[in-house]
Design a protein around this ligand. Structure first.
Ligand code: SF4
Length: 165
């Protein structure tokens, strides 16, 4: 069974995208290596911000933290979305847990040259705690959550698993 310290950015991203995806992932099902979308995301990481070293917080791996304690994350999608924002909140939470007063997250979208800035407010800290509780609740579920509507599954690396009858 997963515990709080094991929760990383992928868990939070899946929580926001699809609870079934999170539940499958928690049970060791990892089809990402088959997914062109994920490979593309890794390529963005490989070619952008190469001067920075990822920060290892155990289960949580974030791209980098600047001198003013803002977390920077490089994303392969086009614009900020709730899952990316939630990941950033989680990293800020983890940094606070180890005594670094993270100020918030700056999300970078090289494809569209956009950035999104999300301060780690008291409300964000409360939501980060709530997200952890939700991940643990999904992990404790005996059966997989229902599928999303098929239209919401586009690009998900679990599509074959969920939709091959
Ligand atoms: S294919 Fe759809 S239902 Fe299955 S895990 Fe992905 S988003 Fe969820």
């Amino acid at each position: 069974m997963i515990n709080e310290e094991d929760i990383g950015g992928v868990h939070i991203k899946y929580l926001y995208h699809c609870r079934r995806q999170l539940w499958l992932y928690l049970r060791g099902i990892r089809p990402e290596h088959l997914s062109a979308a994920v490979r593309s995301g890794e390529a963005v990481h490989d070619t952008s911000y190469t001067r920075n070293t990822p920060v290892d917080l155990g289960a949580a791996q974030l791209d980098f933290v600047d001198g003013a304690h803002w977390v920077h994350e490089v994303k392969s999608s086009s614009r900020p979305n709730p899952a990316d924002e939630a990941q950033g909140r989680h990293y800020c939470h983890r940094l606070h847990r180890v005594g670094i007063d993270a100020q918030g997250t700056i999300l970078h979208y090289p494809k569209t040259r956009r950035t999104g800035r999300f301060p780690y407010t008291p409300e964000a800290a409360t939501q980060a705690e709530a997200d952890i509780v939700e991940v643990l609740a999904v992990a404790a579920a005996d059966s997989s959550p229902n599928r999303l509507p098929r239209s919401a599954c586009q690009g998900c690396s679990f599509t074959d698993y969920c939709w091959t009858e």
